[in-house]
Design a protein. Structure first.
Lengths: 264, 264
DNA sequence: CGTCCTATTGAAATTCTTCAACACTCGTGG
DNA sequence: CCACGAGTGTTGAAGAATTTCAATAGGACG
C-alpha cells in the first residue's frame, strides 16, 4: 500500500518558503513565513484565519511533493489530512462500472482539497501534474473550523465557485460542438493556470496540464477528436502548437469567440 | 414589470399548514406550526435553527404560490427574499448568446433557493411546475446565519450536495448515450420527486416535472431524440407511458441498469 | 536501437440532429 | 357541441458530427 505513492515530505518548520517564486513584497511580521507565500499569491482558506490561528495551524502543516498520476485520495486518507494545493493541478474523475470516465473538475492552487464534515463519493483525485501540497491534520482543521466561521464561509465560497464551474461545464458538455469544447478547455486553462496574470490582452503561452486522453475525458470526446480539433484551431489561426504540451494563444478574445461559435 | 409574475401571496400567520399532505405525526409544541410541515417532510435549512429562532423567522415568512414558467429570480429580487421550496420543481438554466440552452440543475422541496453572501451569475431560475414557496427577507436570514453556524453549515451541505449532483450529471452528459441519458433522467426524477417513498422496490409511477423540450435541455439532446428514446425504453419494457407526463417504472433496478448500459 | 506511450491522420461506421410531416390535447369561441 | 388553433409530442428520412478501427509517426528512456 505504502508503496503506491511516493512523496517527499518535509516538515514545514524546516522550510521557509525558499522555493517560492511569484512572490510579492509582503512583510507582515505577524503571519508565519511558511504561509506568506500562499497569502501572497491569492489567499486560500487560510486567509480567513487570524495571525495567531495561522501560527497554530502552521506548526502542524506539512509540505509534500507528488509525482504526476499519484492518487491523492489515498494520500489524504493515509495521512488523515486536508491540504491546500501550492502548485500543480489535480483532476477529479468519475468512472462508470464499464470503465467510461469523465473528469468532473480540476483544482488549481490555492484550492483546498477535501471535505470537512462531509462525504466525498465515487470520485478519484489524481495529480494531473507534479504537485506540491500544504497539508494539515483533519482534526486540527475541523477544530479551527468550529472556532472560525469565517474559515467555514471561505470553504462554502469555494464550494459555490466549484458549483458554478461545474454548471458552466454542463453547458459546455451538453450544448457545444467538439470545436467549441476544445476552445473552451483552452480558455479554461488560460484563465486558471496563472491567476496572477491579467488574462485579457496580448499573446500568451499556456502549458497544458493534461494529456490528450485526459482532455478527452474532460470534454466527453475521444482523443482523436481532440487532436483533430486542435489542428483545426491551429489552421484557423486561433492557436499555435509549440509542442504537445505548450500552446500559444495570440488572442484570448478570438479564442473566447471560438468557444461560443463554430462558424467564423 | 409587476405584471410579469402573478403570485397569490398569503401571510404565513394566517396559514396553518392546512394544505399539507404527507405529514407525519409530529407534535412538537415548541416549533411554530407553519414550520412543522417542512420539518415533517425532511428538514431544509430551517432544521438547524433553535425553536426560538424558528419562531422569530416564522413571524416574517411569507408563503406564495406561482404558476408554471414563472421567473423566480425576478420574484427573489422583487421581494428581496430567499425561500424554501415547499412543493414543485425549479429549473436552473444557462443560455448561450446564440440561444442554446442547458438546464444545469433542478431543485425540489425542501431545497433552499438563493445564495446568501454570494453572487449567482448568468443563471435563470424558473418554476418548472406550479410552485409553493416559503420566503423570508434576505436581511433577516443573513442576520440569523451570522448567529447560527449550524445553519450556515446546512447551506454549505446543500451546496456540496448540489455540487455532487452537478458532477454526476457531468458524467451523464459527457459519457452516456442518448438512451442512457433518458434513463438517467427518469431515475433522477424517481429518486427526487418524492423523498418520502422508499424507492428501491416495486412498481412506481412518476409525474414528469418537465416537458420534452426541457428534458432535452437537461440532457443536451433534441426533443425528437427524447421522444424516440422514450418509445425505445417503452418497447424494451423498462417503462410504461401512461400519458405524456406520467410514466410507470415496473422495476427501478432495471431502469438503473438501463442508465448505465445500452446493450441488453 | 527497440519499446512503450502519446499523438496524429484517414476511412468507414454509428449516433444523433435536422428537416418535414403529422397526431394529440386542451381551451376558446363560434 | 363542434371547430379551430396553438402548443406539445411522435415518427420518418436524409444529413452531419463524432466515434471507431486501423495505420503511422514522434519522443523518452533503458
Amino acid at each position: 500500500m505504502a508503496l503506491l505513492f511516493r512523496a517527499t515530505t518535509e516538515n514545514a518548520s524546516r522550510h521557509r518558503g525558499n522555493q517560492v517564486t511569484n512572490r510579492k513584497n509582503i512583510h507582515n511580521s505577524e503571519v508565519p513565513l511558511v504561509c506568506q507565500a500562499c497569502e501572497a499569491r491569492h489567499g486560500g482558506v487560510c486567509a480567513a484565519l487570524t495571525p495567531s490561528q495561522l501560527t497554530r495551524l502552521s506548526e502542524h502543516t506539512t509540505k509534500s511533493a507528488h509525482e504526476r498520476d499519484t492518487d491523492m485520495s489515498r494520500h489524504a486518507e493515509q495521512t488523515d489530512s486536508y491540504a491546500n494545493i501550492l502548485s500543480g493541478v489535480v483532476k477529479l474523475t468519475k468512472t462508470m462500472p464499464d470503465g467510461r470516465q469523465q473528469i468532473v473538475g480540476l483544482q488549481f492552487a490555492p484550492d483546498f482539497m477535501g471535505r470537512p464534515f462531509a462525504r466525498e463519493d465515487g470520485l478519484t483525485m489524481e495529480a494531473a501534474t507534479p504537485l506540491r501540497l500544504c497539508s494539515f491534520p483533519k482534526s486540527l482543521l475541523e477544530e479551527m473550523l468550529d472556532e472560525s466561521p469565517q474559515m467555514e464561509r471561505r470553504l462554502h465560497d469555494q464550494a459555490l465557485v466549484e458549483l458554478d464551474e461545474a454548471r458552466d461545464w454542463l453547458l459546455t458538455l451538453g450544448r457545444k460542438s467538439a470545436r467549441e469544447k476544445v476552445a473552451s478547455f483552452l480558455l479554461l486553462i488560460a484563465t486558471h493556470i496563472d491567476p496572477e496574470r491579467p488574462v485579457e490582452k496580448g499573446s500568451i503561452v499556456i502549458e497544458l496540464p493534461l494529456k490528450r486522453a485526459d482532455i478527452a475525458d474532460y470534454l466527453g470526446l475521444t482523443t482523436e477528436t481532440i487532436s483533430r480539433q486542435l489542428t483545426h484551431l491551429r489552421k484557423a489561426g486561433i492557436i499555435e502548437i509549440e509542442d504537445r504540451r505548450r500552446i500559444t494563444i495570440p488572442s484570448i478574445s478570438a479564442l473566447r469567440h471560438a468557444s461560443e461559435t463554430d462558424r467564423g
